[in-house]
Write a protein that binds this ligand. Sequence first.
Ligand code: SF4
Length: 400
Amino acid sequence: MNENELKAMRNSFSTVKNRSHPILKEHHVLKLQEKVKNIKKEAIKNRDKLMKQAISSFKRNDIEVFLADDDEKARSILNDLIKDETIKTIAKSKSNTLGEIGASKFLKSIGCEVVETDLGDRILQLKKIDNKPVHPTGPASHLDVNQITEIVNTAMGANVNPEPKEIMELVREDVLKRLENCEIGISGANSIASEEGSIVLIHNEGNISIVASKKLHIIIAGIDKFVETIEDAVSIAKLETIYATGSPVTSYMNVISGPSKTADIEKKLLKNMYGAERVVVILLDNGRSEAIDECLWCIGCGNCILSCPVYNAVGNEFGYNNYLGGRGVAMSSFIKDNEVSYDSGLFMCTLCGLCSFNCPVSIPTNEIIENIRDISQNKGFYPKAHGKIKENINKKGSPY
Ligand code: SF4
């Protein structure tokens, strides 16, 4: 990220902080925070049981389920699901898990046109290069209106003014046109309620309703997304929204518990009314089984990176893939390995603990990073300068 982008990102982060700060201290939010902490703690502790229950609830609800041990398997399942479809345009919504498996790149490689439906993601898609998101819910927070105008005008051969409304309308019209004949939607999941077999998705733009209404809706979710009930899933969605945006609730909350159906004619069950004819869930492990519980408590609000001194200094270079900041670095050691974690900024962290302090579910990211560093240096992944200091201490009893 260049200096201008970092500056714009810091400004956007300040706006979110100023907006959310007062509401975070309200009694009902503090109460919700405690509730969600317990929900996540218990859910991660019991994830095998909840996963078993969710799979059986999905089957009862006519939702197809696949298990993917790793990203390669997830892509292969995706390929099998899509290969026989004649129209290969895919409506995609924002999802870290889709980023984790490299879904967009893969789908493009097998001849699909992936259309990002989230405005921020679509802007980054049109940017084409250096287009990694900077925040889980505000992916293009590092671009100002002039840069965005240039991006859309260049990519779309348009001539809009640097006016947010004009840009939004241009992108919306183009996305909807591209999706006219689209029959496949792909999304992540905010939470999965195991008891009901329901997937909860939150959004402000209404785009996930479009994605979920396609003939085939594919949902890719990590095995850390299970909670016991819909009520628990909704509590997480509320807290995530408050911490991510400062608003008490999102405009939309989709609860998907099966394909579209009706029984309005003689109470005979008919499928495929308006929504998806097939709902398919791919449950992704990809290192989560090996991850320490605390790392999986995350609700994806992005609050940790707003105050992180390293992230504010270097931006999304500190993090892995769509998993940004210290917690992202920690996740990379489970999703990938120590080398990737080292390259993602394992030793950039100052261990100040601000991320833990600002995390609604109190993930001790600094402690996790410290432990991973210990393992990493034993495997030979540590900064050269640290190695030199260690060598000097061993040889001369002094770091110099
Ligand atoms: S680690 Fe905590 S603050 Fe950061 S995204 Fe996850 S829940 Fe939010």
